[in-house]
Design a protein. Structure first.
Length: 254
């Protein structure tokens, strides 16, 4: 059954990601003593693997609505100007359905720095209602909107840390930091965590907690597995769990 689901997801990925790759350009930059991106499309961060053509599928509930989320790891890339240097970023497309209806499509851009930290360069969000785009709330990009992006896309000056190279208990970071548009803080609660999903059983994972100043009462826990990345989430009124994936856990953690 899991093999069948993965095959169907791969077909879906082929249909949704038939897009050309952007031209390659110089990608080394330093943010005033910050990260250097010599090979930004080479991802070896164990908690954020990125393989173009990869697929993940999640199911769960959100405030009573049945949800399905499909993550498609695209071959498309985009250039971002950071401090006068160009950084090439990889595209992760997330498509969310609620009770069988398309709810959201977001285009998320990532690059890995030389030290192994994965940086988030922003997202373009299409929120749907009755099959039509309702708005682009939550959209933000380093450097602001480019050609074809929604005009209301907010501008970030620098990319945000999405996943440190070696996350440890007590570490905190902010993947989104443009209050009051978007805001998110992540803290590592546990290391060497075991957990299971319908897709696979995992060892050597991390458990994190996400909070936001937009709603101080909102707290969500997320589990990440080496070689696979995000595996499941649980928060007030919502849960999400990996049911199929083209990624597999790191061999030394099995």
């Amino acid at each position: 059954m899991k093999t069948l689901i993965t095959s169907l997801c791969t077909l879906l990925a082929t249909a949704l990601l038939a897009v050309p790759s952007a031209a390659v350009a110089p990608t080394t930059t330093a943010l005033l003593g910050g990260p250097i991106f010599s090979n930004p499309l080479v991802f070896d961060n164990e908690f954020f693997p990125f393989t173009p053509g990869g697929v993940k599928v999640y199911t769960g509930k959100d405030e009573g609505a049945k949800t399905v989320v499909v993550d498609l790891y695209s071959t498309e890339t985009r250039m971002f100007d950071v401090g006068g240097s160009m950084v090439e970023c990889a595209l992760l497309q997330e498509t969310e359905f609620e009770d069988g209806e398309l709810a959201e499509i977001s285009l998320n851009w990532f690059a890995q720095a030389d030290d192994g930290t994965v940086y988030y360069f922003g997202e373009v969000v299409d929120n749907y209602d009755d099959g039509e785009i309702e708005d682009h709330e939550g959209s933000w990009l380093v450097g602001g909107p480019q050609k074809g992006d929604p005009e209301e896309t907010a501008t970030a000056l620098v990319p945000a840390v999405f996943m440190p190279a070696d996350p440890e208990v007590g570490d905190t970071w902010k993947p989104e930091d443009l209050f009051p548009l978007v805001d998110e803080t992540v803290e590592v609660l546990k290391e060497d965590v075991k957990f299971k999903t319908p897709a696979e059983k995992f060892e050597g994972g991390i458990l994190v907690q996400e909070t936001t100043d937009l709603d101080p009462k909102a707290k969500e826990k997320k589990w990440y597995a080496p070689g696979v990345g995000f595996g499941k989430a649980k928060g007030p009124g919502e849960k999400l769990v990996l049911i199929a994936s083209t990624f597999t856990a790191s061999e030394d953690e099995e």
